[in-house]
Design a protein around this ligand. Structure first.
Ligand SMILES: C[S@@+](CC[C@H](N)C(=O)[O-])C[C@H]1O[C@@H](n2cnc3c(N)ncnc32)[C@H](O)[C@@H]1O
Length: 287
């Protein structure tokens, strides 16, 4: 078997400890446009010089810390393969909890708004699972919206995508369910300069403040942007549940509660907009 066969390259990269075997395999699948099974069944395939160079370049970038998802341009989320670029946050498995809850809370044939959609992960997963929903999604980043648009087309999801600073540029309407995974890392958090986070868009990660400023805006704005009895569902950091619940309660949301991820950590908090008795109803209440 040649030195530059798939099998030999996989073995030598792994043996040299350059990269974990799984990562080398993913990069190789990307460069050669082959499936995981094809790497096995075509193990003696010999890489051309240009394929070798392309693979080596990606290995070097990975060794420098670039996330695999950016190198291969995709990441799976809620069973869907999504395009990702350095313009969007790499969708996290943690966020699948928010999608599961969105699917449970959104009434049949209702409207949903995803604030800060990034790659479109949440909006597309919801629309893909529930064809009855009318899904809207916004982001302040035009580049992120282009990625979301591409993903929506790939997965044949009809989503209304808009550029907006949270609610500011959205049309004058209300939604039955609002979901969001906003930036929540505290400014100067040391994690921002470590690992994958170094390569992700800073405005997707941090609010450049105490980590709660996006929640203050999203919760205050939801009071007028949710229909009566509508639900607001917010993903947050592992230590922010109490603060987010307090903000929801402060704004008269009812049925406020937090939901745990599989590790038992509160990662999504929800609240329902209370129904305001209509003037007609009030006039019928005896004095
Ligand atoms: C944590 S990322 C979430 C991305 C995606 N929803 C997900 O869960 O993978 C936060 C997103 O909010 C967007 N964002 C930040 N500030 C915003 C603002 N003021 N208005 C709208 N979107 C904003 C960022 O561009 C980013 O795409």
């Amino acid at each position: 078997m040649s030195q530059h066969s798939i099998a030999n390259l996989l073995n030598s990269t792994t043996a040299a400890g350059t990269l974990p075997a799984l990562e080398t395999r993913l990069l190789m699948m990307h460069v050669l446009n082959k499936t995981r099974i094809q790497l096995i069944t075509q193990a003696d395939y010999e890489l051309s010089d240009s394929e070798l160079n392309a693979l080596q370049l990606l290995i070097d970038r990975r060794v420098q810390g670039e996330p695999i998802a950016y190198l291969i341009g995709q990441r799976e989320f809620f069973g869907l393969m999504l395009q990702v670029t350095p313009d969007v946050l790499i969708p996290r498995p943690d966020t699948e909890l928010l999608v599961e809850l969105g699917l449970q809370y959104a009434p049949p044939n209702s409207t949903v708004l995803d604030l800060g959609t990034g790659s479109g992960a949440i909006a597309i997963a919801l629309a893909h699972q529930r064809a009855d929903l009318q899904v809207w999604a916004c982001d302040i980043s035009q580049a992120a919206l282009a990625v979301a648009q591409n993903n929506a087309v790939t997965h044949q999801c009809k989503i209304t995508l808009l550029k907006s600073d949270w609610y500011a540029q959205l049309p004058d309407m209300q939604w039955q369910t609002i979901v969001s995974n906003p930036p929540y890392i505290v400014q100067h958090d040391p994690h921002l300069s470590q690992g994958d986070l170094r390569f992700e868009p800073i405005n997707a990660l941090t609010d450049h403040a105490d980590g709660l400023s996006a929640y203050r805006q999203l919760i205050a704005g939801a009071v007028s942007r949710l229909t009566e009895d509508g639900w607001l569902l917010l993903e947050h950091g592992y230590d922010q549940a109490q603060a987010v619940r307090a903000l929801l309660t402060e704004h008269q949301f009812i049925n406020v509660q937090s939901w745990c991820d599989i590790a038992g950590i509160e990662r999504v908090s929800v609240g329902q907009r209370h129904s305001i008795p209509s003037p007609t109803f009030l006039s019928k209440i005896p004095n």
